[in-house]
Design a protein around this ligand. Structure first.
Ligand SMILES: [Zn+2]
Length: 150
């Protein structure tokens, strides 16, 4: 794999770059989950201003793709902010963590993807009461990833 695509704007992210976040936003009954973002989207979606804003869903007319994308990005920005706050991270700290997770992803796309989800959804997610993430993974695997972080 030599590049990735930004989950918010579809820009190309060169190998080694990007930010690995997790959005707890719900869309069509499903959690958005892992989001790989480019530099520009990270700056516009993950900052103190966005973090302090209260998310208010807006009505979008079907077929208005630009408005739809904007509404989705706003929901995801709020979903990402929620995950950062659950870990007690400021916007800058969340960005630093997402960079670290992105580097892990480039080293191991498959395992990295799981580790990204695991970090953002646990253990603070349990306190927030919004995830059942770690229940499925075998214990040995869990420990292996956990050690990886230290
Ligand atoms: Zn982007």
């Amino acid at each position: 794999m030599t590049s990735a695509v930004c989950d918010a704007c579809s820009a190309t992210i060169n190998k080694g770059g990007g930010y690995a976040f997790y959005s707890s936003a719900q869309m069509m009954g499903m959690t958005v989950g892992n989001m790989f973002l480019c530099e520009a989207c990270t700056s516009s979606m993950v900052n103190e201003k966005a973090f302090s804003k209260r998310f208010a869903p807006t009505a979008v007319s079907p077929g208005d793709m630009a408005a739809m994308r904007e509404a989705m990005n706003a929901a995801n920005a709020a979903g990402i902010a929620e995950r950062c706050r659950a870990h007690g991270l400021s916007a800058d700290e969340g960005k630093a963590k997402a960079r670290e997770l992105a580097r892990l992803y480039w080293r191991d796309p498959q395992g990295g993807g799981e580790a990204i989800k695991k970090f953002w959804t646990s253990p603070a997610a349990k306190a927030a009461g919004s995830s059942q993430a770690s229940a499925k993974s075998p214990r040995s695997r869990e420990r292996r990833w956990w050690e990886f972080w230290k």
